[in-house]
Design a protein around this ligand. Structure first.
Ligand code: CTP
Length: 406
């Protein structure tokens, strides 16, 4: 999945021949899962029509401070550049002509695109496009310098044949290269970039015979939401999951499917030494049959007993050998919740525990929401409101980010 998926992109098009390539650029953004809105300078409309861009972006295109379709100025609707600027997660000016770059650098707000640019608080990228001598002119270089001083990011022009017939540096980067540049740049800024995280999810099934098992009602949703959230924020995730209905093909998640507690234990220990964080969200069976019948057990006896033995406590075993890892466990309690969770922090050598009480309506197995309380090893207690498991996952990941960026 692209890092641009779900991102709101404001594309500003200025008046250069490369504007015709923005149709393809919009298509690439949409294909990557982004939402695109387009603003154009009046001059750019000579190179590509607003209709093409509104069709591809599935949004109205803006090029004026008021809606030009209105018959009289009295009826004209104001186009809100501030709203557009604030809407965007990122703004891209492509092609960025020498004229538009100079206006951006100097705050010369004589068109709607520049007003949006000046209103945008998001990261701004610009892809220059001009003839080779213009590209090297001190005035253009001064614009590049000022814009980079503002924190704007240049997507360098490429070399090749130019509209003038000359050949050299100044062609706008190809749409595929612009997309790749932005994806790469955004990825490098993600807060969990370079971090490796182990997550356990789902139930475990402990075999009784070839057809029966002891299991529990865990859906695995909490663990999958944590894994996806961490991966979206730049982490490389190893997700060790018991049997669930969930799948993921996220490029940054390595999904390892296991059945039993013993298999989950082995998979976790295989990766633990190489990870920075481990989050044990699985509802691991605490007991398993001492022996597994080779054949299906027949219902001959009127009573039937299964002898159980403890499964390995995966979380505790990770706590025991913990070195640099930030270790997070869950606790599901029905009484004396805080005290029991605090005991688990000590017993399992955790950095943070996510407590959920079955007494809270909306928490626990098989529901889309969860109400949790964070308790850390310094005994800070932070109760959270009832919220979706996706938002609980984000809260957990934010704890990790705060740990590394404190
Ligand atoms: N856990 C684990 N391996 C087990 C049992 C539990 O890794 N065999 C982990 C869970 O993933 C969870 C935490 O331990 O993060 C807490 O599990 P929980 O069942 O609430 O507590 P227990 O430590 O098993 O204690 P008890 O059941 O007595 O409350």
């Amino acid at each position: 999945m692209s890092v641009l998926s779900g991102k709101k992109i404001l594309l500003g098009i200025s008046g250069g021949i490369a504007a015709y390539k923005t149709a393809h650029l919009v298509r690439l953004f949409i294909k990557a899962g982004a939402h695109v809105r387009v603003v154009m300078t009046p001059a750019s409309k000579d190179f590509i029509t607003p209709l093409t861009l509104s069709t591809l972006s599935k949004n109205p295109v803006y090029s004026s401070f008021y809606n030009e379709d209105e018959q009289t100025v009295d009826n004209a609707m104001w186009n809100n550049h501030v709203e557009l600027g604030l809407w965007a997660d990122l703004m891209l000016i492509a092609p960025a002509t020498a004229n538009t770059l100079s206006k951006m650098a100097n705050g010369n707000c004589d068109n709607f695109l520049i007003a949006c640019y000046l209103s945008a608080k998001c990261p701004v990228y610009f892809a220059p496009a001009m003839d080779l001598d213009m590209y090297k002119h001190p005035s253009t270089l001064a614009s590049f310098h000022s814009l980079q001083q503002f924190g704007n990011i240049i997507i360098p022009a490429e070399s090749g044949e130019l509209a003038s017939g000359l050949s050299g540096e100044g062609r706008m980067a190809e749409p595929e290269n612009i997309l790749a540049f932005i994806e790469q740049d955004l990825s490098s800024r993600l807060p969990l970039k370079g971090k490796k995280i182990l997550v356990t999810a789902g139930p475990t099934f402990e075999a009784i015979d070839p057809v029966r098992f002891i299991g529990n009602h865990s859906s695995g949703k909490m663990g999958f939401d944590i894994a996806i959230c961490a991966a979206d924020l730049g982490a490389q995730v190893v997700l060790v999951s018991g049997p669930t209905q969930f799948e993921t093909n996220h490029a940054h998640i390595q999904l390892i499917k296991v059945i039993s507690a013993q298999e989950m234990y082995q998979a976790c220990h295989e990766f633990y030494s190489s990870v920075d964080v481990a989050i044990c969200a699985a509802a691991v069976a605490d007991y398993r049959p001492k022996t597994i019948a080779r054949q299906k057990i027949k219902k001959n006896a009127s009573e039937f007993h299964i002898e159980l033995e403890k499964t390995p406590d995966i979380l505790a075993s990770l706590g025991k050998i913990k070195q640099h890892q930030f270790l997070i466990g869950f606790a599901l309690e029905t009484e004396n919740e805080i005290e029991n969770a605090q005991l688990k922090i000590q017993k399992k050598n955790l950095d943070l525990i996510v407590l959920n009480s079955l007494r809270d309506p909306g928490s626990g197995f098989g529901v889309a929401t969860n109400q949790v309380t964070f308790i850390d090893k310094q005994n800070n207690i932070e109760p959270k409101p009832l919220q979706s498991k996706e938002l609980v996952a984000l809260d957990i990941i934010n704890k990790i980010i705060a740990h590394y960026h404190a």
